[in-house]
Design a protein around this ligand. Structure first.
Ligand SMILES: *Cc1c(COP(=O)(O)O)cnc(C)c1O
Length: 339
């Protein structure tokens, strides 16, 4: 899609461009060959994220999908089953990778706005299913929930699902692409949000504004195994400290400011007549009669949004949306949404 220079881009928080200071950190990074474990900036990033989330070790990956898929590969053997919610990123937006690369089958539980419901999880799991049925061996949780509209998972629900999983010997993965947003919105420490899983993935290239990268954290043993699989998939990179430097910069400067994105998303939602409780972080999901038509009409006036279904629009605030851009978005979208 072509975009004019004056465009206000609300499609995703992935569209941010690295700031001058972030670019400076990138060009001045110390680097080495990361396949030999020699890149000091990558090593520092991996250790920092592991420490922040309370795990032994970390692995830098080119994308969140790769981090998730390495985790799932470690937790679920071919022919076994992963369970997650019906609109989870791992099952909906990773192009069937779990099945394609790891021979993993999936079943899903129904969800409202992606909000975790332990009873729904309990109903769908089938641990040790015997000779005739597929056995569940892992559960995936997403926080915040992307297609659910930036939903922050209630901590009690997360703990209940972890207990359920542990009671049945199941692996537990957290897709924490936007765990930073959950932390800033809820005030719950990152370590608490990340605790109790086997594997956790986080993205540096969403709200944090880095151009590339995710980190998978887990035990040292699992991360060593994930490192082997990353190489096998062709995902091991060389002097990649230049990218890791952007991630380190983002961790230092761009976590707490996510509160601004949340405020702007709330303002946008209110201006478009959305109930305030539906916008918890930086994602506004709106139900409209014809999402593709509205998307097109907004685009013609320089405001880009996503149609994530025939009647669903997604609008995401981020580092490159300031108050002026938000005002412009409201000016264009209000009359369109009001119909
Ligand atoms: C963006 C995202 C990912 C990873 O996406 P990549 O584009 O592969 O980096 C994973 N999970 C969630 C919930 C996401 O929003």
């Amino acid at each position: 899609m072509s975009t004019q220079p004056t465009v206000v881009d609300l499609r995703s928080d992935t569209v941010t461009r690295p700031s001058a200071a972030m670019r400076q950190a990138m060009v001045s990074a110390d680097v080495g060959d990361d396949v030999y474990g020699d890149d000091p900036t990558v090593n520092a990033l991996e250790a920092e994220v592991a420490e922040l989330l309370g795990y032994q070790a970390g692995l830098f990956t080119a994308s969140g999908s790769l981090a998730n898929q390495l985790a799932l590969r470690l937790l679920v053997k071919p022919g076994e089953e992963l369970v997650c919610d019906r609109i989870a990123h791992v099952v909906r937006a990773e192009m069937g990778a779990a099945a394609t690369f790891s021979g993993i089958t999936t079943r899903t539980w129904e969800t409202q706005a992606g909000r975790l419901d332990p009873a729904a999880v309990a109903e769908v799991i089938a641990p040790n299913a015997g000779w005739h049925q597929v056995s569940t061996t892992a559960i995936a949780v997403e926080n915040t929930h992307n297609f659910g509209g930036g939903t922050v998972q209630p901590l009690e629900a997360v703990r209940a699902v972890q207990e359920l999983g542990r009671a049945h010997g199941l692996g537990l993965h957290l897709d924490g692409a936007r765990l930073w947003n959950a932390h800033v919105a809820s005030g719950v420490p990152l370590r608490e949000l990340a605790a109790g899983f086997d594997t956790v993935s986080v993205c540096l290239s969403k709200g944090l504004g880095a151009p590339v990268g995710s980190v998978l954290v887990s035990s040292a043993e699992r991360i060593a195994e994930a490192r082997t699989w990353r190489k096998r998939y062709g995902g091991a990179m060389r002097q990649v400290g230049m990218l890791a430097a952007a991630g380190r910069y983002a961790l230092q400067h761009n976590i707490e400011r996510l509160a601004e994105d949340h405020e702007r998303a709330a303002r946008l939602a209110a201006a478009l007549g959305q109930k305030p409780e539906l916008t918890e972080t930086n994602i506004v999901v709106l139900r409209v009669p014809d999402a593709p038509a509205l998307r097109q009409a907004a685009l013609e006036q320089g405001v880009v949004v996503s149609a994530i279904g025939p009647t669903l629009l997604r609008l995401v605030t981020h580092l490159d949306i300031d108050d002026e851009a938000l005002d412009r978005a409201i000016e264009v979208l209000s009359p369109l949404v009001a119909g």
